[in-house]
Ligand binder design. Sequence first.
Ligand SMILES: Nc1ncnc2c1ncn2[C@@H]1O[C@H](COP(=O)(O)OP(=O)(O)OP(=O)(O)O)[C@@H](O)[C@H]1O
Ligand code: SF4
Ligand SMILES: [Mg+2]
Length: 338
Amino acid sequence: MSAPRNDAPVLELSELHVRFTVPHGEVHAVRGLDLQVARGEVAAVVGESGSGKSAAMLAVLGLLSPNASVTGSVKVDGQEILGAPGGVLRKMRGGRLGMIFQDPMTSLNPVLRVGRQLAEAVIIHQKVSPKQAEAKAVELLEMVSIPNAKVRVRSYPHEMSGGMRQRVMIAMAMANNPQLIIADEPTTALDVTIQAQILQVLARLRAEQGVSMVLITHDLGVVAGLADTVHVMYAGKVVERGPVDELFKRSEHPYTRGLLDCLPRLDRRDADLVPIGGMSPSMQDEFVGCSFAPRCPFVVQRCREEEPLLRPIATTEAACHLSPLPARMSPVEIGARR
Ligand SMILES: Nc1ncnc2c1ncn2[C@@H]1O[C@H](COP(=O)(O)OP(=O)(O)OP(=O)(O)O)[C@@H](O)[C@H]1O
Ligand code: SF4
Ligand SMILES: [Mg+2]
């Protein structure tokens, strides 16, 4: 395998498509996704359920179900991995690529002590003795702030709380000094205070180890706390992306505005949650024009005929014919425009 190129993005997806064969046709889950993550960057991927976030990242990890087909390009450190032999991906997973999923119980082996699982993860990728791997397991648990790590390495997963198990998963993801961690809803299954602790661990690892991350989340609060950039997905594509502060200050896509309106805001008097109206589209259909048109408060005839492409607006890039949009409008004003 060639040595990583330091100037290349850690992750670069181009024109990525994921299709699932299902009994009555095909689900076109990811539809030409372009996404780059620079070294040291935390890139949040947000979007409602079914928008293709997990499918895209499982494609990167080579973990999609057998009914999936993937086209396009996936480069890790400048190296194309789509279509690479299984061995290349296996070596990357748990090595250069770490992963954290929502439910640690599905990834941890219930009949093995966590220390043993961590040590095995180390031994697969590094030339170390069993003793050194055991010591590394303790070190990894300490790294994710598990108290009394020397004792805790001997616990089975079911003897730990949900938050602690998720820390073990993070430790596992960090076991071989990864360049990139893909975290898919890492805090969703946890209660709020534990969520905050897990985010602190991730933020510290990012600061201390400089690890890059793709962070998939429904939670814009999580995005604000941890991410540098936001990639907003709708119906299998990025519809807006930009630096987190800019995008929160002024989004240029009606869907992103809808998502932000769902957030309670302390700085606004109308702090009511405003759900986005309408249903997300069926990913078994192909669309003409803008996929958001059936739900968009700004829709005009052109939107139903011509697909908008991602283009730079002010401080973000948005795929909307009407961007730049008028300055933030309240939902009432948007309703009046329809
Ligand atoms: N193995 C599969 N077979 C068939 N369809 C699938 C499969 N996995 C995902 N899909 C479909 O692909 C689309 C995208 O799913 P995906 O899981 O990527 O969404 P998501 O954005 O991660 O949603 P969530 O926020 O709920 O996790 C959905 O329509 C989903 O039903
Ligand atoms: S292109 Fe049209 S329908 Fe699509 S988001 Fe923009 S205004 Fe709305
Ligand atoms: Mg998902």
